[in-house]
Ligand binder design. Structure first.
Ligand code: C2O
Ligand code: CU
Length: 523
């Protein structure tokens, strides 16, 4: 954990989710519901590939619907929106190099379940209330299939995306990206995993099948009737709030679930699917939140394997970030292990007493991650992250590089060129910054003097670069940009030319101007 890291999360003291009218989720019985595992999506047929019509490729039809889900044994059913009427949606499993088609079908009702802020860009009163568009986060996808925020479609319509899957094995996820209402569609439940596997991974002999468990983590607050609570600002006609922190942390859609495991190695694919919460995650035999966590190994970051497993006992995961982890329960026979944050218990693993066979391995080396040399960069862009507040200190708007969504495109990269993007965080919070299409490497995080910058626009570094945890040295697509820190990434813009977006993955920020188009040009 870095000294500069600053963010809040569920139970983290933010008043947003605490109110007398809400369900007291901390009082719910713990570990009474088994952990659900999202279903595997099944293709409904084969269809000709749009790029090579002689080739028949899997075609999935994913209906986006309103449905009811039980988040806990003692909570009345909750209305959610979900892909194939589930949250998380079915996991799409793809092989690297084997393209698929997914038809995303909007079968939602015509009314939203949360109040829309029509003062936000793209969500004006003349826009239909219910709109969706699906983005495959981390996907190397052509611009026409990437889920551009303005390419939304309404109930009764659908959009078909072509995913080439020409990329390394990695844990991706699909989610809503509709302009100005992404935060509301996401809170309603619109997300699911998309796992790409490849031959290299097959050769690693990692735990698989029943021993590979996805953990999609997000927080929600609930009303006593079981419905999701999403707060409003109190400002007439402008209900947007700057962050959403729920009182309960759910895993795969359950509050305080448990999972029965064998005393052997497991592979856990973690996704932080929260709108705004960062999690400091650890595993422990002790439910008390003050003890030190068990050792585990991170084997992958957002865009695939690390060069080697990294032993750790604490993992920071911001919204949109993923981690691939090996946890060894052997030696824990008959015990209970807890997944928790620094302030709250999330779930329980019940380790069976009986000895278990385990022929899987944790290789000493994984996939080489060649470092991109800084000298490869043709340009360094300095991009500020700022929060513009009113006289009461409340956020009005949050901007990337001082620019609104609809201002002319300022980030233009040439196809196959390499750039350094230097994020200058002028706010008091960490922001997870995501670029569509590309994978990148984190160069460094360096503290700087904010006061001097505000007066002179000059960067004065105040100390050495912060030491990067091993998980930050792998391929990433979303990176935590800490307050009063300059975070530099190096990125090669490859695979497609066209218009994409980059944005903060705190969805309240994204919906209020913290998102910008960028363009990759052929030359
Ligand atoms: Cu996960 Cu542009 O998003
Ligand atoms: Cu942000």
């Amino acid at each position: 954990m870095t000294a500069a890291f600053a963010a809040r999360n569920a139970h983290g003291g933010h008043p947003g989710g605490v109110s007398g009218k809400l369900l007291d989720t901390s009082a719910l019985a713990r570990f009474v519901d088994p952990l659900p595992i999202p279903a595997s999506a099944k293709p409904s047929s084969l269809r000709p590939s749009p790029v090579d019509p002689k080739l028949q490729i899997p075609y999935y039809r994913m209906a986006i619907r309103q449905f009811q889900m039980g988040v806990h044994r003692d909570v009345p059913p909750t209305t959610f929106w979900g892909y194939d009427a589930s949250c998380p949606g079915p996991t799409i499993g793809a092989r690297s190099g084997n393209p698929v088609l997914v038809e995303w079908v909007n079968e939602l009702p015509h009314q939203h379940i949360f109040p829309i802020d029509h003062t936000l860009h793209g969500a004006e009163a003349d826009k239909p209330e219910v709109r969706t568009v699906v983005h495959l986060h981390g996907g190397r996808t052509g611009p026409e299939s990437d889920g551009y925020p303005e390419d939304w479609f309404v109930p009764g319509q659908s959009a078909t995306s072509y995913y080439p899957n020409r990329q390394d094995a990695a844990t991706l996820f699909y989610h809503d990206h509709a302009m100005g209402i992404t935060r509301l569609n996401a809170v309603a439940g619109l997300m699911g995993l998309y796992v790409i596997r490849d031959a290299f991974e097959d050769g690693l002999n990692l735990p698989k099948g029943a021993y590979e468990i996805p953990l999609v983590i997000f927080d929600r607050s609930f009303q006593p009737d079981g419905q999701i609570h999403y707060p409003v600002s109190g400002k007439t006609g402008a209900p947007w709030v700057s962050e959403y922190y729920g009182s309960a942390i759910l895993v795969n859609g359950k509050i305080f679930p448990y999972l029965e495991v064998e005393p052997r190695k497991y592979r856990l694919r973690l996704l932080n699917g929260s709108n705004g919460s960062f999690y400091l995650l650890s595993f422990s035999t002790d439910p008390s939140v003050t003890s030190t966590g068990l050792a585990f190994y991170q084997i992958g970051s957002e865009q695939g394997f690390l060069a080697a497993p990294a032993q750790m006992n604490l993992l920071i995961l911001g919204p949109g970030e993923r981690a691939d982890v090996i946890l060894d329960f052997s030696g824990q026979s008959g015990k209970e292990i807890y997944l928790r944050t620094n302030v709250a218990i999330i779930m329980q693993f019940r380790v069976a007493a009986k000895k278990a066979a385990d022929s899987s391995t944790l290789p000493a080396m994984l996939r080489p991650v060649p470092r991109i040399q800084e000298s490869a960069a043709v340009i360094t862009r300095e991009l500020t992250i700022a929060d513009y507040q009113n006289r009461l200190g409340r956020s009005n708007v949050m901007l990337l590089n001082g620019a609104h969504w609809n201002m002319p495109v300022t980030e233009r990269a040439v196809l196959n060129s390499t750039e350094i993007w230097s994020f200058i965080n002028l706010t008091d919070d960490s922001h997870p910054i995501h670029l569509h299409l590309v994978r990148f490497q984190l160069l460094d995080r360096r503290p700087f003097d904010l006061a001097v910058y505000q007066l002179t626009k000059k960067i004065v570094l105040t100390g050495p670069a912060v030491e990067l945890p091993a998980g930050d040295l792998g391929w990433k697509d979303t990176v935590r940009v800490d307050p009063m820190t300059i975070t530099r990434i190096i990125v090669k813009f490859e695979a497609f030319a066209g218009k994409y977006v980059w944005h903060c993955h705190m969805l309240e920020h994204e919906d209020n101007e913290m998102m910008r188009p960028y363009i990759i040009t052929e030359s």
